[in-house]
Ligand binder design. Structure first.
Ligand code: F6R
Length: 609
C-alpha cells in the first residue's frame, strides 16, 4: 500500500508532485522517489526514509520537466532500500513505473525476462512491469502497457512515463485505487482524491483493468481489449481545508475534535419528523427487509469493532441475528449464505483488500451487499449493491477515529430503519431514539471539552508498558477499540477484554504497574457487575481509570481515576465512551514522542492481504 501521484501539464511537475505526495504519505512511508522527463530523458531520484527526509537528501525540486510521477512506499516485496524504492525502470532507462499493489506472478515473469536478457536492479515485483513494457514495445506505449498488463496477475495502480513519449502519462488499475484528476491544461493520477484537491475537484475513477492515457489537455481511457471507454466525471465535495490539519498538532487530534461536526453531517438529511430517511440509500424493498433472517458483517480492525457494536444494535432493536466476521477469515472459509442472508461490509477507506475480497465472496454466493463506506468511489463502494456513506470527510491520521463514530451512527440508522420496517419499533420509540441521537454532537463536544483533564491522566500513565481495557455488553467492543488505539499509536502493549472474562486469565496480569481502563457507565444490565470487576482489580493493586456516567458517585468511590461521559441511551453510549479513550491514547502517544499520524509499520489503507 503505497501512494502514487503523476502529473502532466504546462507547469514544472516536481513542486506539484512533492505537494501531492506529502498528502499521500499516510499510505506508506518507508521510502520515496520521483521521476521527471527532462529533455527527453528520465531523471530519477529516490531514497529510503520519510518524504521530507528523502527530499532533504535528494532535493526533488531540482528535477525539471512538465511530466513526472512520484511514489511513497510501504514495502511488500523487497527490503526497504534505495534500490527497491520506486520509480523503477527498464534496461535502457526509457520507461519508468510507479506501482501500488502486488504482482503475484512476478517471479515467473522475472525469470522469463531474465532469460531474454533483461537486467534487474531491484528485488521488487514492480520492476517486472517496466521490463515487460519494454519487452512488448513496438512503437506504441499504450499497446505495450496493455500487452504487459495481460500477462500480469495481481493488483496494481500504475503510473508509467516514457522518454519516448514525453508529453504523456499512462495509468492503469486493477484492485488498487487510482483516480484521475482533471485540471486546467494539466492532468493528474493519484492514489486518492485528497492528494490532488489543491489542484482540481474534477475526477474520474479508473475501474479495474482500465488503461488511461493522459496529456495536458486530454484523457482517454481504454479497456484491455482496446475499446475506448466513456467515463463519468465526478465533482468532489470535500474542500482542501477539510483535508488539512487546521492548526492541530496532528491529523488524529483534529479528527477526534471534528467528531461532533461529523456526526451532525452523518445524520444530516437522514432524519425528518421523527423518521429515518435512508430508504433511497438502501437498495432493498420493505418486503426484502422483512425477509432478512440473518446478517453477516465483514470488516477489519476498527471497522470490525464498529461491526461488533452494530451486532448489538441490530439484534436488540431489529431482532435480526448478526454474525460479525473478520473479513480476512471469512474469505477463506466456505461461509453459508442463503437468499435470506444480508451482508454488510464496513470500511473507512473502501479499499481494504480483505474486506473487498470478503464482499466478493459473499456476492458470489448470492448475498446482497450493503456497505458502510467513507470514501465515495472506492472499490467497496462501487462493488456493493448499495452504500450508506459514513460522511466523516477525509480521514488522514492512520488511526481511525471519526470514521469509527460515524460508522456507529450509520449502523444505528440502519437498525432503527429495519426495526421500523419490521414493525418492532413504535413511532413513539423511534421519535425518542432519534431525539437521543440528536443529543450526541453536543454531548461529544462536552467530552472533548475535558481534554486537559484527560491529558493529565495521560501524563500519569504514559511511561507504562502495558494496559488492560475492560467493558461489557455494547461497550466491550469499545474496550477493544481503546486498546487498539493505544497500541497502534503509542506502542504500549494493550488488550481489551469483556470485564467478566478477566477472572478467567487476564487477572493474573494485574499488579500495581498495570493501568486498567474500565468502561463503567451506568445501565440497568451489567453496571453492578462491572463495579465488582473494578473491586477485583483494585484489591490486586491495579490502577483503575473508569469511564463513568457524569454524576455517578458509586464508581468514584472505588476507581482511582474517573473520566466522564454524559448520559444517553445505553445503545448510544459507545459513541461517547470511545472519545476519552481516543484522547487518552493520543496524549499518551504524543507524550512518548511517537509519530501519531504515521505509526510505524502501518498504513491508512491496507490494500494488500
Ligand atoms: C485502526 C485502523 C485500522 C482500520 C482497518 C480497516 O485505527 O484504522 O484497524 O480500521 O485497517 O480499514 P478500513 O476501515 O479502511 O477498511
Amino acid at each position: 500500500m503505497c501512494g502514487i501521484i503523476g502529473f502532466v501539464g504546462e507547469k514544472e511537475a516536481a513542486p506539484i508532485l512533492i505537494d501531492c505526495l506529502k498528502r499521500l504519505e499516510y499510505r506508506g512511508y518507508d521510502s520515496a522517489g520521483m521521476v521527471c522527463i527532462d529533455n527527453n530523458s528520465l531523471i530519477i531520484r529516490k531514497d529510503v526514509g520519510k518524504i521530507e527526509e528523502v527530499d532533504k537528501k535528494v532535493n526533488f525540486s531540482e528535477l525539471k520537466g512538465n511530466t513526472g510521477m512520484a511514489h511513497s512506499r510501504w514495502s511488500t516485496h523487497g527490503k526497504t532500500t534505495k534500490e527497491n524504492a520506486h520509480p523503477h525502470s527498464d534496461c535502457k532507462d526509457e520507461i519508468s513505473v510507479v506501482h501500488n499493489g502486488i504482482i503475484e506472478n512476478y517471479s515467473e515473469l522475472k525469470e522469463e525476462l531474465v532469460k531474454k536478457g533483461h537486467k534487474f536492479s531491484s528485488e521488487t515485483d514492480t520492476e517486472v512491469i517496466a521490463h515487460l513494457i519494454e519487452d512488448n514495445y513496438e512503437g506504441c506505449m499504450r499497446g505495450a502497457l496493455t500487452k504487459a498488463l495481460k500477462k500480469i496477475e495481481g493488483s496494481y495502480a500504475l503510473g508509467v512515463i516514457s522518454s519516448k513519449k514525453p508529453d504523456k502519462l499512462f495509468a492503469a488499475r486493477n484492485e488498487s485505487p487510482l483516480v484521475i484528476g482533471l485540471g486546467n491544461n494539466e492532468n493528474f493520477i493519484s492514489s486518492d482524491v485528497p492528494a490532488i484537491l489543491n489542484h482540481t475537484k474534477k475526477v474520474i475513477y479508473l475501474d479495474n483493468k482500465e488503461v488511461a492515457v493522459l496529456t495536458k489537455d486530454n484523457v482517454e481511457i481504454f479497456d484491455l481489449d482496446n475499446n475506448k471507454k466513456d467515463k463519468k466525471i465526478e465533482e468532489i465535495e470535500w474542500n482542501v481545508e477539510q483535508a488539512e490539519k487546521q492548526g492541530y498538532k496532528h491529523y488524529m487530534l483534529k479528527e477526534i475534535f471534528e467528531q461532533p461536526q461529523v456526526i451532525t453531517e452523518t445524520i444530516n438529511g437522514r432524519l425528518k419528523n421523527g423518521d429515518i430517511l435512508i430508504k433511497d440509500e438502501i437498495d432493498l424493498s420493505e418486503d426484502e427487509i422483512k425477509k432478512i433472517k440473518r446478517i453477516i458483517i465483514v470488516a477489519c480492525g476498527t471497522s470490525w469493532h464498529a461491526a461488533l457494536v452494530g451486532e448489538f444494535m441490530l439484534e436488540e432493536l431489529a431482532k435480526i441475528p448478526v454474525e460479525v466476521e473478520y473479513a480476512s477469515e471469512f474469505r477463506y472459509r466456505d461461509p453459508i449464505i442463503d437468499k435470506d442472508t444480508m451482508v454488510i461490509a464496513i470500511s473507512q477507506s473502501g479499499e481494504t483488500a480483505d474486506t473487498l475480497a470478503a464482499l466478493r465472496e459473499a456476492k458470489k454466493k448470492g448475498a446482497k451487499i450493503i456497505s458502510i463506506v467513507n470514501v465515495k468511489g472506492s472499490s467497496i463502494d462501487r462493488e456493493s449493491d448499495s452504500t450508506i456513506y459514513s460522511k466523516a470527510g477525509p480521514e488522514i491520521g492512520v488511526a481511525s477515529t471519526k470514521a469509527f463514530t460515524s460508522q456507529l451512527v450509520v449502523l444505528y440508522l440502519i437498525t432503527i430503519y429495519f426495526g421500523k420496517i419490521k414493525g418492532l419499533l413504535p413511532k413513539e420509540q423511534i421519535v425518542n431514539r432519534i431525539r437521543d441521537l440528536r443529543k450526541l454532537p453536543l454531548q461529544m463536544q462536552s467530552v472533548l471539552d475535558d481534554k486537559e483533564y484527560i491529558k493529565l491522566h495521560a501524563k500519569k500513565f504514559y511511561k507504562k508498558t502495558n494496559a488492560l481495557y475492560l467493558g461489557r455488553g455494547i461497550n466491550f467492543p469499545i474496550a477493544l477499540e481503546g486498546a487498539l488505539k493505544l497500541k497502534e499509536i503509542s506502542y504500549i502493549h494493550a488488550e481489551g477484554y469483556p470485564a467478566a472474562e478477566m477472572k478467567h486469565g487476564p487477572i493474573a496480569l494485574i499488579d500495581k504497574e498495570m493501568p486498567v481502563i474500565v468502561i463503567a457507565t451506568k445501565d440497568n444490565r451489567t453496571y453492578k457487575k462491572v463495579l465488582s470487576n473494578i473491586e477485583e482489580v483494585h484489591s490486586r493493586g491495579g490502577k483503575v481509570i473508569a469511564i463513568e456516567t457524569k454524576g455517578d458517585e458509586e464508581v468514584k468511590k472505588i476507581a482511582d481515576h474517573n473520566l466522564h461521559i454524559p448520559e444517553n441511551s445505553y445503545i448510544l453510549t459507545p459513541i461517547l465512551a470511545v472519545i476519552p479513550l481516543q484522547l487518552l491514547a493520543y496524549y499518551i502517544a504524543d507524550l512518548r514522542n511517537c509519530n501519531v499520524d504515521k505509526p510505524r509499520n502501518l498504513a491508512k489503507a491496507v490494500v494488500v492481504e
